[in-house]
Design a protein around this ligand. Structure first.
Ligand code: GAR
Length: 201
């Protein structure tokens, strides 16, 4: 059976597109079964719809509390019958029901070498700004399991990117993103073919 993926996105969705490309090229032997965004205007939802992938816009706009949103997300993911849930630039916390049901199968990409430059508020350009401000000479990408705390789950893969002396947050983000697009699909394929074994599997 083909591995099925649910992908959660908030923004432009370049990591989603990289995963979709890897699936269609066959370097990632999986299919994107569902794309969820908390942001109705996310380009990612449009990309997915155009490719004929099921999409859902789920946010606090539609639900009176976090628990209801968590339940709706769980329902959508269960309906899609997926093996893994990937957070590809998803900027919201995953609710306890989804976490419990998919424990050890929710995988995030983060644009730094965790545990450095992780935690609350550390997302997108904020990460690269902090890396440059701290005078780091190296940064990178981390693929990790998601647990209850931001950016603290088990690390599955990392790749290093050099910080240049004339880097701006934007130029650094762009170089990190190139690595993100490769390492995310590669890591998922390693999980599928068993060269990375997730705890409990
Ligand atoms: C990516 O750089 C991803 O690593 C980061 O958001 C960007 C999303 O870009 N994620 C985080 O910061 C998570 N804390 P994309 O929408 O083009 O894939």
């Amino acid at each position: 059976m083909m591995t099925r993926l649910a992908i959660l996105v908030s923004g432009r969705g370049s990591n989603l597109r990289a995963i979709m490309r890897a699936c269609s090229e066959g370097t990632l032997r999986a299919e994107v079964a569902l794309v969820i965004s908390n942001n109705a205007d996310s380009m990612a939802l449009e990309t997915a719809r155009t490719a004929g992938i099921n999409t859902a816009h789920l946010s606090r706009q539609q639900f009176s509390d976090e628990a209801e949103l968590d339940q709706a997300m769980l329902h959508a993911i269960e309906e899609a019958n997926v093996n893994y849930v990937l957070l590809a630039g998803f900027m919201k916390k995953i609710g306890p029901r989804v976490l419990a049901a998919y424990k050890g199968r929710i995988i995030n990409i983060h644009p730094s070498l965790l545990p450095s430059f992780g935690g609350k508020g550390m997302f997108g350009l904020n990460v690269h700004k902090a890396v440059i401000k701290a005078g780091e000479t190296q940064t990178g990408v981390t693929i990790h399991l998601v647990d209850e705390e931001y950016d603290q789950g088990q690390i599955l893969a990392q790749r290093t990117v050099e910080v240049k002396t004339d880097d701006t947050p934007e130029s650094l983000a762009a170089r990190v993103l190139i690595e993100e697009h490769q390492i995310f699909a590669e890591t998922i394929q390693k999980i599928i073919d068993g060269s990375i074994i997730l705890p409990g599997q």
